[in-house]
Design a protein around this ligand. Structure first.
Ligand code: 13P
Ligand code: SF4
Length: 319
């Protein structure tokens, strides 16, 4: 316990000394989320992480999340030093969309507007017309559809199918998925709902369509937290990464939150829905990073400038 307190104190001191702001995603360990809150950093979804990093005056951003989040911070703020507790934290959507294959797909469909999810590399973003996160994906594609544009979407096939269904847009979909959300199981969810008939169901749109169909609210992490507070249900079954429970409990302390069942679910599995890459972030590697200045994010300048155009359009649209 004393060791942990010492570590927290040392991290806080280094954040001040290095003029650094800690930017954490809702899926990282609650120790990191709490620390970001306590030190004037931010805990948020991927859109607000990008906004916060760009607008904050700190000269160093420490991004606790996965690599695309660090890269997005660097794309938007090249003058800032961007560090991450680990550079090993990937995302299956990013890995499932190699830039060269994606460029060939775009080249084969020149009459489509290219929209990519933020969960992609800088090189993929550089090939896109627009970047979106799940909190504005439906609105942006609705807007493009109304203007008569056809959309090439990558990489998440479930989110793409959900947007297509909501907007009726003509969309071509890349075929990748999130290894966490892809695991939610429809029948097991229906069985759990029978045991808790008064529970609402909250679903992130990276989940399969048959799971989304059962939802009382579908949305980005921040939209799901808001729904937990505003919907009348006394409890919720939550189909997204379990890291979100820390903030959901803060937003609605009187309510109960239950993990939605996954393929790997069993009575002994306490946290089946947890991103293994988000889980690589810890107080230990955060401290090491601040002490050593290691794990800095670099984005090659021509790629950065390409990715900046599509990423800036996301911020402009979200305004
Ligand atoms: P949000 O933009 O909803 O925070 O989602 C990011 C993510 O990686 C979800 O798996
Ligand atoms: Fe990527 Fe899924 Fe992890 Fe989010 S939860 S970072 S989409 S692998």
């Amino acid at each position: 316990k004393a060791e942990r307190e010492e570590m927290l104190a040392r991290i806080k001191q280094l954040l001040l000394q290095e003029d650094a702001a800690l930017v954490a995603h809702y899926y990282v360990h609650e120790d990191l989320q709490r620390l970001a809150e306590e030190t004037g950093g931010c805990v948020s979804d991927s859109l607000d992480m990008a906004r916060f990093g760009k607008e904050h005056s700190a000269s160093t951003l420490v991004v606790a999340g996965v690599r695309f989040m660090g890269e997005t911070a660097k794309i938007l703020s090249p003058e800032k030093r961007v560090l991450m507790p680990t550079l090993e934290a990937e995302c299956s959507l990013d890995l499932g969309c190699p830039a060269d294959e994606f460029a060939a797909f775009c080249d084969a469909h020149p009459d489509y507007t290219v929209v990519v999810y933020a969960n992609t590399s800088a090189a993929v973003k550089a090939r896109a017309d627009y970047v979106v996160t799940s909190s504005i994906a439906v609105d942006l594609i609705e807007h493009l559809h109304r203007r008569g544009e056809k959309v090439l979407w990558a990489p998440d096939r479930h989110l793409g199918a959900y947007i297509r269904k909501k907007t009726g847009a003509d969309m071509l979909l890349w075929d990748a998925s999130c290894i966490v959300h892809d695991e939610f199981r429809t029948q097991a969810l229906l069985d759990l709902k029978q045991q808790h008939p008064e529970a609402g169901i909250l679903v992130h749109p990276e989940s399969p369509a048959s799971v989304i169909d059962l939802a009382d609210a579908v949305g980005s992490t921040s939209q799901l937290i808001k729904a937990a507070a505003s919907l009348p249900h006394p409890k919720f079954i939550v189909a997204t990464d379990s890291g979100i429970f820390y903030k959901m409990r803060q937003a609605a302390p009187e309510k109960r939150f239950i993990e939605a069942p996954t393929g790997g679910h069993s009575a002994t599995c306490r946290s089946c829905a947890h991103c293994p890459w988000m889980a690589m972030n810890s107080l230990h590697n955060l401290l090491q990073t601040l002490e050593s200045g290691a794990n800095e994010i670099h984005v090659e300048e021509s790629l950065r400038l390409g990715a900046l155009k599509s990423t800036q359009r996301m911020l402009d649209f979200a305004r």
